[in-house]
Design a protein around this ligand. Structure first.
Ligand code: PLP
Length: 398
């Protein structure tokens, strides 16, 4: 008991209950359903990278507190990666910061850059930690909704422009975008960059799916656009790219001033993390292009397998240009099966009905009604698991 009647959880966090992932994963366990809810691979990344972590552990590298900004080998590897892939040059000593995954990078960046009352514009649906971190930093989130248009979710640039006010401090961008799979085009990014320069906004870009881009889509870091390098905090992570989501190695690249600011917050969150894994990720980032190409090809085949199965089962599929998620519209399944287009009710019933778990996209929206009929499936699973899921989903068509 406490000495007063105040709720234990403070007002900033009260609206964020336990995540839907906990509920859905428990449901998967109870029903034996295939869990395509949470986005983590069911196989580990490259053996050589895992062995590099073992070597670091055995050799006593990283078993004690690594340096605050991250080990030099990893900062150098991150800088080399940005240079090689995008022609972006960063000084490993002053412009790269290693974090406990992208999650801490997002938290530290927002805690460092926001004053209470600052507005942050983020695309809705958004990755679930954005809203909570903006709230923890005392900021106000201003969602701009991505809407379905000709088979994908698109940004309305006019809506984005009119969301900017005198209180807007930063744009929080995510491309490739989780959960819709949208990859922002050169035209869209150009317009975002022009807006940021014109209104003098900071930009934070979450690019954790930079290596998962399919077909004709291309990942273009915002920092490569005119006037952007000096106002952009770019966030990357090893988790998704190398299929080691448990290692929690992420990074920030930006100007010395912004990196120093982010580090000021980061030092009091974790201080440092993932010592031996930092050495392994430094090696992973230097893998030949063939690794990244093979990873993308593998995920592309999985995307196509699951997309075809979902289409056959009666869903409208928004074929993702990036990430390892497929967003679907359940309404074509019919009012009864789709629970009148209520993704929550649909996902709660799906494990019993078809033995598969998915996530209702509405949890990623402030305007829940805008996300109601959309449901997300992850395809970062073994082929036989996806084949079995597709088989099961066929029962929906009867
Ligand atoms: C998974 C994910 C993250 C978190 O990355 P970690 O490195 O595991 O902390 C951040 N942003 C998006 C969009 C993600 O999907």
């Amino acid at each position: 008991m406490t000495s007063n009647s105040r709720p234990l959880l403070n007002r900033r966090l009260a609206e964020f209950g336990t995540t839907i992932f906990a509920e859905m994963s428990a449901l998967a366990l109870r029903t034996g359903a295939i869990n395509l809810g949470q986005g983590f691979p069911d196989t580990d990344g490259p053996e050589a990278v895992r062995e590099a972590a073992v070597r670091a552990l055995r050799d006593g590298r990283g078993n004690q507190y690594p340096p605050g900004p991250g080990i030099p080998e990893l900062r150098t590897a991150v800088a080399a990666h940005q240079e090689r892939r995008y022609g972006l040059s960063y000084d490993p000593d002053t412009e790269v910061l290693v974090t406990a995954g992208a999650t801490e990078a997002i938290a530290a960046t927002l805690l460092a850059l926001l004053e209470p009352g600052d507005e942050v514009i983020a695309f809705e649906p958004y990755y679930d930690s954005y809203a909570a971190c903006i709230a923890m930093a005392g900021g106000t989130r201003v969602p701009v909704t991505l809407r379905p248009h000709e088979g994908s979710f698109r940004l309305d640039l006019d809506e984005l422009r009119s969301a900017v006010t005198d209180r807007t401090r930063l744009l929080l961008i995510n491309t490739p975008h989780n959960p819709t799979g949208t990859v922002l085009t050169r035209e869209e990014l150009t317009a975002i960059a022009e807006l940021a320069v014109e209104r003098d906004l900071l930009v934070v870009t979450d690019e954790v799916y930079e290596h998962l881009v399919f077909d004709d889509a291309e990942h273009l870091p915002l920092a490569t656009f005119p006037g952007m390098r000096e106002r952009t905090v770019t966030i990357g992570s090893a988790g998704k790219t190398f299929s080691f989501t448990g290692w929690k190695v992420g990074w920030v690249t930006s100007t010395p001033g912004l990196v120093t600011a982010v580090r000021s917050a980061k030092q009091f969150l974790t201080y440092v993390s993932s010592g031996p894994f930092q050495y392994a990720v430094a090696e992973a980032l230097a893998l030949p292009d063939g690794y990244f190409a093979a990873f993308r090809e593998d995920m592309l085949a999985k995307r196509d397998l699951l997309a075809a199965g979902l289409t056959e089962a009666g869903f409208e599929v928004f074929t993702p240009a990036g990430t390892y998620f497929i967003t679907t519209d359940i309404r074509p399944l019919g009012a009864a099966l789709s629970k009148e287009g209520d993704g929550f009710a649909f996902c709660r019933a799906l494990p019993e009905r078809a033995g598969v778990v998915a996530i209702p996209n509405a949890v990623f929206y402030d305007h829940r009604e805008a996300g109601a009929p959309f449901v997300r499936f992850a395809f970062c699973k073994r082929t036989e698991v996806l084949e079995e899921a597709v088989q099961r989903l066929k029962s929906l068509v009867g």
